[in-house]
Design a protein around this ligand. Structure first.
Ligand code: GDP
Ligand code: MG
Length: 297
């Protein structure tokens, strides 16, 4: 245990580059919800990976927004900045060959971080046929900012991730573990209940609506055999409410069933899930409503 290493690794980048997918692969458990739509991740979420030689505490963050308009988006950007406090290593995740002004925006945030702590992670290399193209792509980025390591990976296929894990282990400070070795996150079961319901809604609703809904868990009771969960889905208008419920309740039914199955697999227990759809106008623009819904800095 003398050389055991422990530390915090923040996963930063613009929306949709695969930060949450990377976290889930690294800790071998779906913790962070993933979708093709930006703004899926709203919170900082710790995923803890403990091996024989290290405990790596990953922090998945929301994608950095360029000009956050709503209170919710400002909260998400603050979460990204906070994840950089007391950090040992920062993984700046980009998508291979796809560099844009949102990535440049992230670089602004990284300028104050010592080069020693910065890794560039080039994700989605499975999509790139001619890997040689990556060299000039890396050149473009490293002109802006220097990195300790540059690691090409595929977070869906797992390519390069064993290499990433050993590099992280190499650079983390020598320190005893902070979490018991069977603990994989800082979040409790209620948090995942809300997130997995939100994920099913994101998957099934089109366009803007997913950004305008939030989940609260009103009851969470584990009676030993079954976990009973009561959840509210908050939307901003009556029209959104009827879309979420769907014709004859079909949307809500399918969402409830899929979320229940995901939760049963996470908790390894039977789940009885009941959901209600409620209206609270303009909640995403209200700091007060955000607090009430559990968004805090
Ligand atoms: P985040 O917003 O950065 O957290 O991105 P997500 O993890 O939610 O992923 C965004 C989308 O990119 C999802 O549809 C993922 O399945 C996809 N994705 C993530 N990593 C990879 C990868 O390595 N290869 C490919 N082809 N797709 C990926
Ligand atoms: Mg994410």
């Amino acid at each position: 245990m003398n050389n055991f290493r422990t530390g915090y690794v923040s996963i930063i980048g613009r929306p949709n580059v695969g930060k949450s997918t990377l976290l889930n692969y690294m800790i071998d458990q779906k913790l962070s919800i993933v979708s093709r739509k930006p703004q899926t991740t709203r919170w900082n979420l710790q995923g803890v990976k403990t091996t024989k030689s290290a405990q790596i505490i990953f922090i998945d963050t929301p994608g950095l927004q360029k000009k956050p308009k709503s209170a919710l988006n400002r909260h998400m950007n603050r979460a990204v900045t906070h994840s950089l406090d007391h950090i040992d290593i920062v993984l700046f995740v980009v998508e291979g060959l796809k560099w844009n002004e949102l990535d440049e925006n992230v670089i602004e945030l990284l300028k104050d971080i010592p080069k020693d702590k910065l890794f560039l992670i080039i994700n989605k290399v499975d999509k790139i046929k001619d890997k040689k193209q990556l060299l000039s792509f890396i050149d473009v980025i490293t002109k802006h900012i220097e990195f300790k390591e540059v690691v090409p990976v595929s977070a869906v296929k797992g390519d390069g991730l064993a290499n990433l894990e050993s590099l992280l282990t190499k650079y983390l400070p020598i320190a005893p573990p902070l979490y018991p070795d069977d603990q994989i996150t800082d979040r409790n079961e209620r948090f995942f209940a809300a997130e997995f319901i939100r994920e099913q809604l994101i998957l099934r609703l089109s366009d803007e609506l997913p950004y305008r809904l939030s989940i609260t868990i009103d009851e969470f009771k584990d009676d030993g055999d079954i976990i009973h969960i009561h959840a509210s889905i908050w939307v901003e208008t009556k029209g959104q409410k009827s879309i979420v419920i769907g014709k004859e309740g079909q949307v809500l039914k399918v969402v409830g069933k899929s979320a229940r199955l995901e939760l049963e697999s996470l908790y390894d227990k039977k789940v009885n899930l009941k959901t209600w759809v409620k209206v609270k106008s303009k909640w995403a623009d209200s700091e007060q409503a955000l607090k009430q819904f559990g968004y805090y800095d």
